[in-house]
Design a protein around this ligand. Structure first.
Ligand SMILES: C[S@@+](CC[C@H](N)C(=O)[O-])C[C@H]1O[C@@H](n2cnc3c(N)ncnc32)[C@H](O)[C@@H]1O
Length: 361
């Protein structure tokens, strides 16, 4: 039993159908619609779902025209313009279904908006709900787990597995029976389930994102592991009381740009401030048993793309006083697709597994 009241999920905010919008259909002048979206006006798709997808594709072409070999920051800027304009392209929802021809069926609409008769949602949000629903129904297979995980809406789950593979190897080499672990920033819970399958009796899984906790709870019940996992919505160690044999944190790896929206899945990828890591190490030392291990999973992605020189673990070790390095492992990330026009920013990427112990242990 999970002694925890599940939080309310973060879901896309429905838009009032009385909102002022322009209408778009298959034959509406596409250039005009793109200009309206870029200028800041909202446009409602009124005939087929495909009209929305076509408009989105034209908008993308317009924003990213001539975008080869952009610096990471320039690319980020274009992505922001596209994100803002595309979120003004609206889709009507009626009685928990998309009110357009040939639209996908999305189960989340009935779960999230049982009361709302008619409202609008931005097309990118609809796409997010749709792909999340597909993963939720089908499940995601990870090479380090025997059963699929069914991630809830708005929850980060890994699509590359190198960090799971090195963590799995580490767990298998440290198979001594251990009593408790803390999975800080659990996301879809993949690391928690790996620990429970590799000798840990009990895991406390925490996350700042409420949807992550709903996700882990549902999956724990599916895997009949709910007696061995506790959940807590928390910012870092807020609300933690006990000390653990192992604390694992796979934090966001990329410093956020000024315009990055925080919250939800973005908090899984971007960190706004180095303070996140300073506070993490400050508190971690109090919640680790004397001979416990602290694992941080990280990547050199931000460094190799010149986004920062700062490396939170190296900085902590250089400062000294709290932790010493027990082990460090790295694994090269598989190169991206050869067919994409984008620069492969992962060409020299390595994921890193850092194992620290308390300095005085
Ligand atoms: C890169 S994801 C890792 C998820 C999962 N542990 C994994 O390895 O797939 C980072 C996770 O940390 C969570 N997170 C970010 N900032 C946090 C904070 N201050 N406190 C708790 N969790 C946080 C995010 O919501 C996200 O689920």
């Amino acid at each position: 039993m999970i002694p925890f009241q599940l939080p309310k999920a973060n879901i896309p905010e429905p838009i009032d159908p009385e909102t002022q919008v322009w209408a778009a259909k298959k034959d509406t002048d596409r250039k005009q619609i793109i200009d309206l979206l870029l200028k800041g006006d909202q446009v409602l798709v009124e005939d087929r779902f495909q009209t929305g997808l076509d408009l989105l594709a034209s908008l993308k072409k317009n924003v990213f025209f001539n975008h080869k070999n952009l610096q990471f920051d320039e690319e980020r800027q274009k992505r922001r313009i596209f994100r803002d304009a595309s979120n003004r392209l609206l889709i009507p929802v009626e009685k928990q279904r998309i009110a357009l021809k040939n639209a996908p069926e999305i189960g989340w609409l009935a779960k999230f908006y049982p009361e709302n008769e008619v409202f609008f949602l931005p097309l990118p949000q609809i796409q997010g709900l749709n792909s999340s629903w597909q993963w939720y129904v089908k499940g995601v297979h990870f090479p380090t787990l025997d059963v699929e995980i069914h991630p809830y809406y708005g929850v980060y789950f890994p699509t590359r597995f190198e960090h799971l593979i090195i963590f799995d190897k580490w767990l298998k080499n440290h198979r001594l029976k251990k009593s408790s672990a803390l999975d800080l920033g659990t996301g879809c819970g993949v690391l928690s389930f790996m620990m429970l399958n590799n000798g840990y009796e009990h895991v406390l899984a925490t996350d700042i994102n409420p949807n992550a906790l709903i996700s882990v709870q549902e999956n724990a019940v599916k895997q009949q592991l709910e007696d061995r996992i506790s959940l807590m919505q928390s910012d870092l160690f807020e609300g933690c009381n006990d000390r653990h044999d192992l604390i694992v944190f796979n934090p966001p790896w990329i410093p956020a740009s000024k315009n990055e929206v925080s919250g939800g899945i973005n908090d899984a990828v971007y960190y706004t401030d180095h303070e996140l890591f300073t506070s993490f190490f400050e508190d971690a030392v109090h919640f680790l048993k004397p001979d416990g291990e602290l694992i941080i999973i990280f990547s050199n992605f931000a460094r190799i793309n010149q986004l920062t020189d700062h490396h939170p673990v190296e900085n902590e070790l250089e400062k000294g006083g709290r932790f010493v390095l027990a082990e460090r492992q790295t694994m090269k990330v598989k190169a991206g697709s050869q067919h994409t026009k984008r620069v492969d920013r992962r060409l020299d990427e390595e994921v890193e597994l850092w194992v620290l112990k308390k300095s005085d242990s």
